[in-house]
Design a protein around this ligand. Structure first.
Ligand code: PRX
Length: 581
């Protein structure tokens, strides 16, 4: 079904003008130098994300403005001004440098719940010149180990509860020198632990920030591919130009805004738009510690008087599922702008947003690798429900054939971008070759399939690879298969994404068993639990199908394509490379 364009963004009632006034004019005149002149550099080549996002505001009226309003799962509230965050992050930088000997370029990783210390810690580590790496608190020991081992992280900041989950992997991490525990009064302190509270109490709140260069590494986010373990996409301090510009012109962040990004800091959206972009724009952010709850989320939007809200399609579909009655109990008068990212936003969800909140969700597209929003719907433009919108001014996006030549409008192909924007990843950590393989004929190949219409709007078609997108989490089938075959009953495993009305895709595993094991419900649950514990609940197969053997190529590679075609009842295609029975 064709959905009509949504032509209005009802801003008039807020007496506010969108930051972006003329899309085409901005595109023509766009220069990153101009964007950069809005930001506070130390000098023409030194910039630090923590300075731009926090300390720079201390010279302005924003010094005592609230930067972070945090609400715990129990409803406790903590508020931090830009000045508070500056001083606390100075203290943490001192802890890292003076107490633990952290040097520029050392990896400092965070395996922490969504608590204020993750924000303070990340800012402090950036001030110290460290390369930060946040990990999802839902990860299990294998997922954490792979990332800490690959990055050779020197310091880990975690909590007593999360440490307990991963304690078995520490002996396999020789580079990990220090573990700092954030107790938040929850657990008794062990004098052998490095306690965040104790270290912070002794640290000075003056710190001479490390004068990093634009191209110095700052952020690492692990992301999944078709083959191999997750790889660390590395971003530089100069990336903050991209966070700032897209925060301003896509999320339309303005001085008086109360902004809520629902993404976890373990995900790139949680750093680019849950920390850096909004704070570079001097905006107040609200953060809720807990996960999804339709009732709580509506109440949070109302109570905090959220004006700009950045969320994800699965969450929107879960709100839709909770029914149209529930939101009628709340008032959303303050809410003026809503955006969504991470998976395709179905047109029904856009229309539902308009019906429920009086305004539509603005979908946008980007990736861990791109570091900031690349394609977006803007407040001043019509929305075509189901489309991701148009390239950010200054960004050139193209649709390429399989030989990497550009295709005309309305043809499906590989979505590609012309490299050169500041928040673009600079490498995959210690995987240079893989990094270079993502560039062809002067384009960065995104791995997504898409099409562009006559009016320059982009439409997502699907992934060009086997990576599964479940509720916005990218899951690499190889990572799941590797854990599955470690289960004592499993001989072989093949993993695919199975379409799902809420999460877009869920992980489905095809498993053959070792001799002496029979399929049973109990075994199915045991295997699911095994993956959940080792990796995460997102990666654990929602469905497991026992089969006697898996389709393989002659060289022994499991043919996921065939498994997927069978699952969807599609033609099996070319099976000539299959092994003979
Ligand atoms: O396949 C696209 C999908 O998510 C991938 C990027 O995931 P990740 O690296 O985890 O980045 C998270 C930051 C957004 C993309 O390659 N994706 C992202 N946004 C959209 C999307 N698919 C469809 N529509 C979107 N708006």
């Amino acid at each position: 079904m064709e959905y009509p364009k949504i032509t209005k963004t009802p801003f008039e009632q807020f007496a506010i003008k969108p930051n972006l006034q003329d899309y085409h004019k901005m595109g023509e005149k766009f220069s990153w130098d101009k964007i950069s002149s809005d930001l506070d550099w130390f000098d023409h080549e030194h910039i630090n994300i923590a300075h731009v996002t926090i300390d720079a505001h201390l010279k302005t009226d924003r010094k005592n403005k609230k930067a972070l309003i945090w609400e715990s799962k129990k409803g406790e509230v903590e508020e931090y001004t830009f000045l508070n965050l500056s001083r606390l992050s100075n203290k943490f930088a001192n802890v890292l440098v003076k107490e633990l000997g952290v040097q520029k370029g050392d990896r400092v990783f965070f395996f922490l719940e969504r608590v204020p210390e993750i924000f303070i810690g990340i800012l402090g580590a950036l001030k110290a010149g460290g390369v930060i790496g946040p990990l999802f608190s839902a990860f299990g020991p294998d997922a954490v180990k792979d990332r800490l081992a690959d990055s050779e992280a020197k310091v880990l900041i975690t909590s007593p509860a999360l440490k307990k989950k991963i304690v078995e992997v520490f002996p396999e991490l020789p580079a990990l020198k220090n573990i700092i525990l954030v107790h938040r009064g929850e657990a008794k302190e062990d004098p052998n632990d490095l306690s965040y509270d104790r270290l912070m109490a002794q640290a000075s709140d003056f710190f001479d920030m490390v004068k990093t260069r634009q191209e110095d590494y700052a952020i690492m986010h692990y992301t999944s591919g078709t083959t191999g373990k997750p790889k660390g996409a590395v971003h530089v301090h100069g990336a903050v130009l991209g966070h700032y510009a897209t925060g301003k012109y896509v999320l339309d962040l303005q001085e008086e805004d109360i902004y809520w990004c629902t993404a976890d800091p373990g995900w790139v959206t949680g750093t680019s738009y849950g920390m850096f972009g909004p704070w570079a724009n001097g905006v107040t952010q609200v953060v809720y510690e807990g996960g999804f709850s339709a009732k709580y989320w509506y109440s949070f939007l109302e109570r905090k008087k959220v004006t700009v809200w950045y969320t994800a399609p699965t969450a929107i579909r879960m709100l839709m599922k909770a029914g149209d009655e529930l939101p009628r109990n709340y008032r959303f008068d303050s809410l003026r702008y809503m955006c969504s990212v991470g998976e395709p936003l179905n047109p029904e969800a856009v229309v539902w947003g308009e019906k429920t909140f009086g305004k539509a969700f603005h979908d946008n597209w980007w990736q861990t690798e791109t570091g900031s929003i690349m394609i977006a719907n803007y407040p001043i433009q019509d929305i075509k429900p189901g489309s991701m919108g148009r390239p950010f001014p200054g960004i050139k996006a193209g649709i390429l054939d399989d030989n990497f030549n550009e295709l005309p409008s309305d043809r499906e192909g590989n979505l590609a971008l012309r490299p050169g924007w500041p928040s673009m990843f600079r490498t995959y950590w210690k995987k240079e070759e893989l990094y270079h393989s993502r560039f062809k004929k002067g384009w960065y190949i995104t791995g997504d399939k898409a099409r562009r219409d006559e009016e320059g709007y982009f439409w997502f078609v699907g992934r060009a690879d086997d990576v599964i997108n479940t509720a916005g989490h990218l899951v690499g089938p190889f990572e799941v298969e590797s854990v599955l075959i470690e289960h004592p009953a499993v001989a072989e495993a093949g993993v695919i994404g199975k379409p799902d009305p809420i999460a877009m895709e869920v992980v489905k595993a095809f498993v053959s068993l070792k001799d002496g094991n029979d399929p049973s419900e109990e075994l199915r649950h045991d295997i699911q639990k095994f993956v959940m514990k080792r990796l995460s609940s997102a990666a654990a197969p929602r469905e497991i199908e026992f089969i006697s053997s898996l389709p393989k190529t002659r060289s022994g590679k499991i043919m996921r394509r065939l498994l997927k075609a069978r699952e969807l009842g599609l033609p099996l295609g070319d099976t000539s490379t299959m092994e003979e029975e």
